[in-house]
Write a protein that binds this ligand. Structure first.
Ligand code: ZN
Length: 637
């Protein structure tokens, strides 16, 4: 007689074994219709799952994050079902859930076309409307291998054959389509209402370029039509803001084949970069950091001591000279320890904070590269704090406050905080982990911050806080981090003399605020859609002459602005003023000044703002006063 405890704390008893669906029905007809799965003692199960013991059960609907996962996974099966109906020769492989949707990889004799994609989506809608029940089946492993092999599904057979022998395999069947799956799934295809196929791509079987190329179909699925519409709108907006497109349009940077994953910054892009770097430099200086600069290439003996040479070698660029091996640094930490190790440090020197705009290189696979967002060469706003255990709390508090200020100044008031705690594989005594985790959590609590905890997600050498910002179209980017490290200082011989006159190993905090400068600039470009605030704009003011008669005056106006610290340029070309305005508007310059004979005689400028607002004529000095009043925390003026 199972007694079921529900999420509201109430209990329901049943005379005998009962399915999740029956429990839902006993609560209400509405819930029975909405049920997509059950969460039984914390484990997701189908609505057809039979409960025969006392248990805790939550009915999962589309309102739960798990419900959305089930919907997406079931939609991937729906996709495979439709492909098998339309292209019986296609073989199914894998179809996982990903962020915002799912994909499915098929082996087929030719690439799918956009027309195929439309036909597949249409068939998916038909199968959904047929409202076919989805049933779970269990088969012994070897029988499942034979079953798929007999159907010509060689990839599925191969996947199942790699599961340990003797295990039972769960399969899901809807009509004439059957797929290997752990589940759970929606009870019938009619539950799948809001989905869309997005795009096609090639993907190697098992992700290995030595294997055959499969056809990957990406899709998205949602509980509600409004959610999907909002998502598609966001994608459209993201496409318009793509930093690679804007980088070209605004002449900020380029990438080329001869330097994969490495950025060529153009003058305007580098000016933007410098605004960010100079601001960060002031932040460091004002908050007790010493800015340093360490070599980019270090002897392998250092990387052997940190463990990189053994565990991370294929991700490092290496070089040799005079029979010595070197690695191009993938991180700045070992360099900072070399600086710390110069001269004897005492407890009075702690906390000892080093900062560097440190150039790192990591040999990322070319397929993973993505403009500025994922590059092989990047600069971190990296810093390391050497401190005692008892100083961790204070340093974390100060760091979080600093990061909040920086993100706010850059126009990102929404921050998401996540604490990652000890993983199974780790070094250091549990007592040390207890203290470090407690310090990280306490630092956020004291600031009144809501945070998430990811158990087991910390690094092997210590726990961390990760900071993510939300951009103008709601996308979340993890940029900042502070990580406790019990490992590297000892490995590289860092120590200080304590109050007790004995030698101690300091704790090291790795911390970054913007993370990769390249990526952060990519985020800024997309966040502002290229229309940077005055303080960041590579060119802030353009002075345009109406005819050649005002060329001298326009040049003098620009000169005066530059003398006051503004990035001003002239456009003295013999072009129509409307043409010049259109061009500089496309360049998203904050201010466009027009000077004709009238302005020249009066010592005025006619001011147009980005976006077209016309402020009319004003004295040059009045315009400069206006610029000054607009300078913000990022500005150097
Ligand atoms: Zn570090």
């Amino acid at each position: 007689m199972p007694k079921i405890r529900l999420p509201d704390g109430s209990h329901k008893s049943f005379p005998g074994p009962v399915t999740v669906a029956e429990v839902a029905r006993s609560i209400g007809a509405g819930l029975a219709r909405a049920a997509l799965a059950g969460k039984l003692d914390g484990r997701l199960v189908d609505t057809s799952f039979v409960i025969d013991h006392d248990a805790e059960l939550a009915i999962v609907t589309e309102r739960d994050p798990e419900g959305l996962e089930v919907l997406r996974h079931s939609t991937a099966h729906l996709l495979a079902h439709a492909v098998k109906e339309l292209f019986p020769e296609a073989q199914v492989t894998i179809g996982p859930v990903i962020e915002n949707g799912f994909y499915y990889d098929f082996a087929y004799k030719r690439p799918f076309t956009p027309e195929d994609l439309a036909a597949i989506e249409k068939r998916m809608n038909e199968i959904a409307r047929r409202d076919i029940p989805v049933a779970r089946k269990v088969m012994p492993r070897d029988a499942a291998v034979k079953f798929f092999r007999d159907q010509g599904e060689l990839y599925k057979a191969e996947i199942i054959a790699s599961i340990p022998p003797g295990e039972d395999i769960s399969l899901y069947e809807q009509g004439n389509f059957i797929d290997l799956c752990r589940g759970p799934h929606v009870p019938s295809t009619g539950k799948l209402k809001v989905f869309k196929l997005m795009r096609l791509a090639g993907a190697y079987w098992r992700g290995d370029s030595k294997n055959e190329m499969l056809q990957r179909v990406y899709g998205t699925a949602w509980a509600k039509k409004e959610d999907q519409d909002a998502y598609l709108k966001m994608l459209e907006e993201a496409e318009k803001r793509d930093h690679r497109r804007l980088g070209k349009q605004l002449d900020l940077f380029h990438l080329q084949d001869e330097a994969p994953g490495l950025v060529f910054w153009h003058a305007k892009g580098w000016t933007l970069w410098q605004q960010v770097e100079q601001y960060m430099r002031r932040v460091y200086r004002d908050n007790g950091y010493l800015e340093v600069r360490c070599p980019m290439i270090l002897d392998r003996s250092i990387w052997e001591r940190t463990g990189h040479w053994e565990n991370y070698r294929e991700n490092m660029f290496t070089t040799a000279s005079e029979n010595r091996d070197y690695a191009v640094k993938p991180m700045n930490c070992p360099g900072h320890i070399q600086v710390f190790n110069q001269g004897v440090k005492s407890y009075r020197d702690l906390p000892y904070r080093l900062g560097e705009f440190g150039t790192c290189h990591r040999n990322e696979p070319s397929g993973a590269l993505h403009g500025l967002m994922r590059a092989r060469g990047f600069v971190q706003d990296d810093g390391h704090i050497f401190c005692t255990e008892s100083q961790i709390l204070g340093e974390c508090q100060a760091f979080t406050a600093l990061l909040q200020k920086v993100y706010r100044d850059f126009g990102f008031p929404d921050i998401i905080y996540r604490v990652s705690t000890r993983p199974d594989k780790r070094i250091g005594a549990d007592e040390l982990w207890d203290k470090a985790e407690a310090a990280l959590i306490e630092s956020l609590r004291r600031a009144g911050i809501d945070f998430q905890v990811s158990p087991g997600e910390g690094a092997f050498y210590g726990p961390k806080i990760e900071y993510s910002l939300k951009d103008a179209i709601g996308r979340v980017w993890q940029c900042g981090t502070i990580q406790v490290d019990f490992f590297m200082p000892e490995r590289l011989g860092a120590e200080y003399v304590g109050e007790d006159n004995a030698r101690h190993v300091p704790v090291m905090l790795h911390r970054a605020i913007v993370g990769s400068m390249e990526r952060f600039l990519g985020i800024l470009i997309e966040h502002h859609a290229g229309a940077f605030p005055l303080s960041l704009a590579p060119e802030q003011v353009v002075v345009m002459s109406i005819s050649e008669h005002q060329a001298d005056y326009a040049a003098a106006v620009a000169e005066r602005l530059r003398a006051d610290g503004w990035r001003a340029v002239t456009d003295l070309r013999n072009e129509k003023i409307s043409y010049k305005i259109r061009e500089h508007s496309l360049q998203k310059l904050p201010y466009q000044l027009v000077v004709g004979d009238k302005e020249k005689q009066a010592g005025n400028v006619a001011v147009r703002m980005r976006g077209g607002e016309d402020l009319g004529a004003m004295a040059l000095e009045a315009f400069i006063a206006r610029l000054r009043s607009e300078a913000d925390a990022l500005g150097t003026a």
